[in-house]
Design a protein around this ligand. Sequence first.
Ligand code: SF4
Length: 316
Amino acid sequence: MSDTKPSPESPDPAATLRQAAGLAEHLGRIGAQWLPVAQPDQVQKLAAQFASPSPPETPAEPVSKAASSQAAASPRPAASSPEQRPEQRPEQRPEQRPEQRPDGKASAHRLPEDDSSGRQPYPGDPLPEPQRAQRLSDLSERVAACTRCEQLVQCRTKTVFGEGHVNPRVVFFGEGPGREEDLSGRPFVGRAGQLLTKMIEACKFDRQDVYIMNTVKCRPPNNRNPEPTEIENCREYFEAQLELLRPEYVVCLGLVAAQALLRTKLSVGRLRGKFHQHFDSKVLVTYHPAYLLRTPAAKKAAWDDLQLMLRDAGLM
Ligand code: SF4
């Protein structure tokens, strides 16, 4: 930027670049993930318009909306070689993160801890708490009578719908019931559940302040992972729960929950450390408490994940 020289077409490039940088920051805040590469001639035209004290009412050549975006995407005009502009590389896919850039720098077009593409509101208006509770109760009765998954229906003792506050700020979203949960009909009540309760309390919440639920509502035999068809069978239920609850945050506990909710094949390692989006809810991915019991060294990373949420929520 310091190489930019004043010219008749761009009498105040510093002011122009400040405006462009401000627009780029705004686009970043609202979740813009990718912007086209600036074309130098369009940038010059736009810069001249910005700098003019009385812009012409009818420009000789209208500047398109796309050109405006291109200018906003160019706060660093000196970084113009193909190697310095990852947005030009056709192989760069939306799920690639800033830390994957070969030059080790984060793209100015991405928020480092936010993957909010596809952000959209939950459909309809939120329900008052009594109605939410009633709708959740109705849904729970449907789940209890559900026979979609032939094998799980034969193995289950009780369905495990979920429990907690009907107007929660945070939903903890696990994989599926284990033995203790299958017997009790409650989520996360075994050893992993005790650890989850400690994690919740470490966040300064009470367990009854949050909502806890699973991807599938029936216990898979021998604690195997739910099959993809079983997850799809149960999708209607867990998505309906989230739509009723509309939490500010959903914490996905482990790979199965994260991949099911975010409809992705990425690993927990790739999904951790940033926010994703499920309608209005920010989605955070961390390790399953059962994994943390087997791998205590991962507890610090899980706490880092929760702290990311707490900082974002203004709670620390
Ligand atoms: S796991 Fe879900 S979809 Fe499958 S039988 Fe149980 S409640 Fe029904």
